[in-house]
Design a protein around this ligand. Structure first.
Ligand SMILES: CC(C)(COP(=O)(O)OP(=O)(O)OC[C@H]1O[C@@H](n2cnc3c(N)ncnc32)[C@H](O)[C@@H]1OP(=O)(O)O)[C@@H](O)C(=O)NCCC(=O)NCCS
Length: 106
């Protein structure tokens, strides 16, 4: 969660630690008047730093095929396309699956 100087929430991210070292980003959103100020980027970066301790093998998320802004955001943070789920958000509303594989650490 990101909070401004007045205590209002700028944005949030929800992620679940799945079995097998998979971190599933379930939801991320930023208040309309706070967008394009890198709030989502900071939230994603914070998540990566938090998860780094448990060394996830994979980050995975679904994004609406029409949501180009979010796809650009994820691509900038190292996500690539891994598949398509037809009708995931409802009739004719398809999802793209995007994944990020963190650098291997010994
Ligand atoms: C998608 C969302 C979370 C992005 O949040 P944000 O704080 O504005 O994102 P950032 O400022 O960190 O964006 C980082 C980069 O991603 C890209 N980006 C983000 N939003 C974009 C948009 N609407 N159009 C094009 N590129 C976009 C840009 O390259 C941006 O860098 P720049 O502003 O320097 O050009 C926000 O628009 C949102 O809450 N949308 C509604 C909910 C939603 O779609 N969530 C994702 C569900 S999968």
């Amino acid at each position: 969660m990101s909070v401004d100087e007045n205590g209002y929430i700028d944005g949030y991210i929800v992620a679940l630690q799945r079995r097998g070292g998979i971190c599933h980003i379930v939801s991320i959103a930023v208040r309309k008047d706070c967008r394009r100020q890198h709030v989502a980027s900071i939230l994603l970066q914070s998540l990566f730093e938090l998860c780094d301790v448990s060394q996830p093998r994979l980050y995975i998320l679904e994004v609406d095929i029409r949501n180009m802004g979010a796809q650009v955001l994820y691509a900038k943070h190292g996500f690539g396309y891994a598949g398509l789920i037809p009708n995931y958000y409802g009739s004719e509303r398809h999802a793209l699956v995007m994944v990020k594989i963190p650098a291997w650490k010994c």
